[in-house]
Design a protein around this ligand. Structure first.
Ligand SMILES: [Mg+2]
Length: 390
């Protein structure tokens, strides 16, 4: 079997004004879809980050992918060592392999160990928007959490923090803990916007409230200094994000939990490899998310189903997505979980008309890279990207 065509499809879709430590989501989120076609007519899909950089990275691999055997993943990984570029190509090849064999992707990865997969609600402070109003106070965040729990049944709640002053975020989590009680697992992710001192103060103020504190401060050294002064587990998708970060991160004891993400660890097979390293060194594994569409979601589900050492509910931005590219619309959460697709390959059917609409929207929206800090100036004109801010 041979790949005869690689299409690289930049897409844009509406995104609410969700806040994080660096700024605010722009009106459109960007992604890049990869559509591979084989000489015997199979079509496989992959998805990765949006914008001009990822597009150019993929374009540079076209001569390696077109003509390649989709079953030859290890050769493709050798030829395309950049994990973010290789990842969507691997996912599309696995989609093709599964269709050709009549098997779901999880069976190509060793079979599924869990189904359905548990997800955490992803809670964001946000500016005013037609769909959700405004959420910029501890009390409003409790209302948002209750809505997501009511609508989707989540039992793990992740607060995207680093937005309000630290004491207001402590108050937010205390209100949530009081509202939901001990059966709910809470996590806090201020995206490395605090100093070591602030990180220690906030983490200790919330001791007993959180299942983990994610990236309170910057870097393996900073995280190690926090780690030495707190009892709450620390997690990361910012300071230990590649295989060659493991030796230093383990030596320094910077974190207790590493967030997997097949987009930047280099595919679904690499995710299993990183989880095995975590298991060996006694580290937990959760899963990170960016704004994404259904192709990435399906890949995350197959990854979560077949990665043995996955010890926490996964993150996903999917609840904030208005329209998906899957035929039949968005996949549903049931009791905070999502069923793993069981059809051949990724087990999804992509609506190519929806892809074409989002591809056209990409051309019209005027964005070619993510710019949360610049967009923030629409709301706060003198906004400065500071680290640490507190
Ligand atoms: Mg994070």
């Amino acid at each position: 079997m041979k790949i005869v065509e690689m299409q690289i499809l930049p897409v844009a879709f509406p995104d609410p004004p969700l806040r994080n430590s660096t700024g605010c989501h722009e009106p459109f989120a960007l992604r890049t879809l990869v559509r591979l076609k084989t000489d015997d007519g199979f079509v496989g899909w992959g998805e990765t980050y949006g914008g001009i950089g990822p597009q150019e990275g993929l374009e540079a691999t076209r001569h390696l992918v077109e003509g390649a055997d989709p079953f030859g993943l290890e050769n493709l990984r050798r030829l395309i060592p950049e994990p973010r570029t290789y990842s969507p190509i691997e996912v599309a090849c696995l989609d093709i392999m599964g269709q050709a064999l009549g098997q779901p992707v999880y069976n190509l990865l060793g079979g599924k160990l869990r189904d359905p997969v548990e997800f955490a609600a992803y809670l964001f402070y946000h500016f005013d928007c037609p769909q959700y109003g405004e959420c910029l106070t501890p009390e409003a965040m409790v209302v948002q959490a209750k809505r997501l729990v009511r609508d989707h049944g989540f039992h793990a709640l992740k607060l995207k923090g680093g937005v309000l002053p630290p004491d207001a975020e402590i108050e937010t989590l205390r209100l949530m803990a009081a509202e939901f009680g001990p059966d709910f697992r809470l996590r806090h992710d201020p995206n490395a916007i605090w100093s070591v001192e602030t990180s220690i103060r906030v983490t200790n103020a919330l001791e007993g409230t959180l299942e983990y504190m994610e990236d309170p401060t910057w870097g393996l050294d900073g995280m190690a200094a926090v780690h030495a002064a707190v009892r709450t587990p620390l997690s990361t998708n910012m300071c230990l994000v590649a295989f060659d970060h493991f030796p230093e991160g383990i030596r320094l004891q910077s974190v207790d939990v590493v967030l997997s993400d097949h987009h930047f660890w280099g595919g679904l097979r690499a995710t299993q490899e990183m989880a095995r390293i975590c298991e060996t060194w006694g580290l937990g594994v959760s899963m990170h998310s960016n704004s994404h569409l259904g192709v990435s979601l399906a890949a995350m589900l197959h990854s979560a189903a077949s990665t043995r050492h996955l010890t926490y509910a996964c993150d996903t931005h999917y609840v904030w997505l208005e329209e998906d590219i899957l035929a039949g619309g968005k996949l549903p959460f049931v009791d905070g979980h999502m069923a793993v697709p069981t059809g051949p390959g990724l087990g999804i059917s992509v609506d190519e008309d929806a892809v074409a609409r989002m591809n056209e929207a990409y051309g019209k929206c005027g964005l070619t890279t993510r710019g949360d800090a610049e967009y923030m100036k629409k709301y706060i004109p003198d906004w400065q990207p500071l680290r640490p801010r507190w």
